[in-house]
Design a protein around this ligand. Structure first.
Ligand code: PLP
Length: 413
């Protein structure tokens, strides 16, 4: 089950280029990264956000060149930021990313922490829209800021009323500073915020004196039918900060590097970033991410085609095998948020948000009975209990096998 079945006209051609069908399960099981090592060999791992793809050839070539030259020193220069600015112009029709208003940072989450440090003090509040990427809780609270939740609203989209209420609570009647840490697009729902939604966020944030830090790591992974809006491109967001990288879209989490960037009114804040922070990214990481953004665009398009097919296949499989489970196809990312509350499984091990590897409720059941590893919804905060996050950046064959196993586990309960 390591190859995609041919389905329909043109499927063979699409499969030839689809990065998701190029590695066999045997090859993937030889990997030593978290996704493939955290669970025993009989488990299909569809949890942490790593993809079952080979390296994009442009990235592999850049790394091979660096290795052959022994080019393994410290990172230098602005090539990564320049590649990102060019990518933003081509893909997002945005030419507002000023290279002089950027800084390289070790990875997106360390970038998030450093940006939050620039605009909040210990004891201040950081608002997040729950359910959301669990490290938003862990990293923020470990850094001495209080997390304040603004639960997502109808359609799992940002709820402006809940956000405003959270901003008021976060500011504590103006007694403390606050920031809004946004996932744009949103992990785990795959929602792509619209320009109007982002403009409303910017307006609310200005009115309540809340600084926005936009995590845009999933931005290159917007699928057919949606388009990405950089937060800093909307009116009112001039004092915003953002951070992104090629890590999710080209599967480069092991090659650490990311870019933080500032709107014109936040450029002075970004200049206060301690110099040592930009010594943290790996030079090989910078080389790989730069090559991805510059020369890995065709590969990305092939990937997006495969992910689009997988999100549709998942819809069919859920309907066929997982009765009662809710699935709203994501507009971006390779993450599917499955609402399993109708299965009536309690999250009795739930310890609160943040601990990525903890399993409870349906995720525990699917691991024990189906031998499929998913991310447990409760670690994504309020609104997450009873849900699971499934990573569909794998071959259609693995996806089919996993959902069939999950269906049998539900039927045999
Ligand atoms: C929203 C979001 N931010 C950050 C990260 C992690 O990025 P990094 O490994 O660069 O810290 C992820 C990884 O899945 C993510 O989904």
């Amino acid at each position: 089950m390591d190859r995609m079945d041919s389905e329909g006209p043109g499927a063979a051609d699409a499969a030839r280029n689809d990065p998701l069908v190029q590695l066999s399960l045997d090859q993937l099981r030889r990997r030593t990264s978290m996704k493939w090592r955290a669970f025993p060999g009989d488990v299909l791992p569809l949890w942490v956000a790593e993809m079952d793809v080979p390296l994009a050839p442009a990235v592999a070539a850049a790394l091979h060149e660096a290795v052959s030259l022994g080019d393994t020193g410290y990172p230098y220069g602005r090539a990564y930021a320049e590649a990102l600015a060019a990518f933003a112009r081509e893909r997002w029709h945005w030419d507002g990313l000023r290279v002089e208003h950027t800084a390289i940072v070790p990875d997106v989450m360390m970038g998030v922490v450093e940006l939050l440090r620039l605009v909040t003090e210990p004891g201040d509040a950081v608002v997040v829209c729950s359910p959301v990427y669990p490290p938003f809780y862990a990293f923020v609270s470990h850094d001495g800021r209080e997390v304040v939740e603004a639960p997502l609203g109808p359609g799992l989209r940002i709820d402006p009323d809940a956000l405003e209420e959270a901003f008021v609570r976060a500011r504590g009647d103006g007694r403390r500073g606050a920031a809004f840490l946004m996932s744009n697009p949103h992990n785990p729902t795959g929602v792509v915020h619209t320009r109007a939604e982002l403009a409303a966020v910017a307006e609310l944030a200005r009115r309540h004196r809340v600084r926005v830090v936009s995590d845009e790591i999933h931005a290159p992974l917007v699928l057919a039918g949606a388009s990405f809006t950089p937060f800093l491109s909307v009116p009112g967001a001039e004092n915003g900060l953002a951070v992104t990288s090629a890590s999710k879209a080209w599967n480069l989490a092991g090659l650490k590097a990311a870019v933080a960037f500032a709107g014109p009114e936040a450029a002075a804040d970004l200049r206060r970033l301690p110099e040592e922070v930009s010594h943290g990214p790996s030079h090989l990481g910078v080389i790989a991410h730069t090559a991805a953004l510059r020369s890995g665009r065709e590969w990305l398009d092939d990937l997006l085609t495969g992910l689009d097919a997988n999100r549709r296949l998942l819809g069919q499989l859920v309907e066929q095998h997982l009765p009662g489970v809710g699935y709203r196809p994501p507009e971006a990312t390779y993450l599917a948020w499955l609402d399993c509350t109708a299965l009536g499984l309690h999250d009795d091990a739930a310890d609160g948000p943040g601990v990525v590897s903890e399993l409870a409720g349906p995720a525990r059941m699917f691991l024990d009975r189906a031998r499929v590893a998913l991310s447990s919804g409760h670690v994504f905060g309020t609104g997450g209990a009873g849900c699971v996050r499934l990573n569909f950046a794998t071959s259609p064959a693995v996806l089919r096998e996993a959902v069939e196993r999950m269906g049998r586990a539900i039927a045999d309960r």
